[in-house]
Design a binder for this molecule. Structure first.
Ligand SMILES: [Zn+2]
Length: 315
């Protein structure tokens, strides 16, 4: 076989012949035999002789060469085709991998976005739940003090202090969780005298003091500060309580019956308006700081207990 090819190379010095396959060589030799009928039967040596010494000159070589070219082209073409198919298959494989990867990434992104949305939704729901639970808890209910102020009954005289840093700073009273009872500590003075004293602090600047209400010896009630502003009366509880100062005829601090009755009525009204449990929310100044105020009801705790009962029974 190798010998046969060597011969071909010598005869047709064209590098293209080197790749000719055995099948095609046979096919060409068969054709040679047809072209040179006198060259004998189809066996290897005879064909080689015929090829080397054609009977009628160079023409058949030329023809033979032209007929062989398509054979070679076919082979090359098929190889090329197979190579291209392999390349295409590899390309397709890479393309599928890429698409698969892209889909995986898209799915991951979708999952991540979903988780993010879910977290946000949970956060919003939690915040809403917290706000709702806050609003329905009565102790922390946001009471509109200005609205209550607008409903002040006519048995209360409104005589507000002039706004000033010493007795009426006009700081908002955001919530009311209690009512604090005091005594003025200045026997025999009237409600209006005590009210005017608070008002004078704007000028004298001697101290900071005031009260939402002052109840006089005859049971008259003067309001000095609106219910939606704080007063300076109960120390750290100024920020969430309403303060009531009570006048008293003597140094022992016991209230007159009129003062007492007005106090019960006023405290009852405030507890109703601010939705307070009187047995817990109504306290003495003493309960805030330990100060002996209101003196009589610190020295006589049973009198204070009775007062709380009276407020409760006034419901
Ligand atoms: Zn007090």
């Amino acid at each position: 076989m190798a010998e046969k090819q060597n011969i071909k190379i010598t005869e047709i010095p064209d590098r293209r012949t080197a790749g000719i396959r055995d099948r095609r060589t046979d096919e060409r030799l068969r054709r040679e035999n047809t072209e040179f009928p006198g060259s004998g039967k189809a066996n290897g040596s005879q064909r080689r002789t015929a090829s080397r010494e054609p009977a009628n000159g160079a023409e058949p070589w030329m023809r033979r060469e032209t007929t062989e070219v398509p054979d070679w082209d076919d082979a090359e073409y098929e190889d090329d085709l197979r190579r291209k198919r392999r390349e295409k298959a590899r390309y397709e494989q890479r393309r599928r991998e890429y698409i698969k990867q892209k889909r995986r990434k898209r799915r991951l992104r979708r999952v991540f976005r979903g988780a993010l949305l879910l977290t946000a939704a949970i956060a919003v729901l939690a915040a809403a739940g917290f706000l709702v639970s806050r609003s329905i808890r009565p102790s922390q209910a946001k009471i509109d003090s200005a609205e209550i102020q607008a409903r002040i009954p006519d048995w209360i005289t409104q005589d507000f202090l002039t706004p000033n840093p010493y007795s009426r700073p006009q700081t908002a009273l955001e919530q009311v969780n209690g009512v604090v009872v005091h005594y003025v500590g200045n026997p025999g003075t009237s409600a209006s005298a005590n009210r005017n004293y608070f008002n004078s602090l704007a000028e004298t600047k001697t101290t900071s003091a005031s009260s939402h209400f002052v109840i006089g010896l005859d049971g008259e009630i003067i309001q000095c500060i609106p219910l939606n502003e704080i007063s300076y009366c109960s120390n750290h509880r100024n920020k969430d309580t309403v303060a009531i100062e009570c006048c008293h005829p003597d140094a022992d601090g016991q209230f007159t019956q009129e003062t007492y009755d007005s106090l019960v009525r006023l405290v009852r009204w405030l507890c109703d308006e601010f939705k307070l449990d009187s047995s817990e929310a109504v306290i003495r100044h003493y309960d805030v700081t330990g100060k002996e105020c209101p003196r009589y009801y610190v020295r006589n705790p049973e009198a204070w207990e009775q007062f709380l009962k009276d407020v409760k029974n006034a419901e």
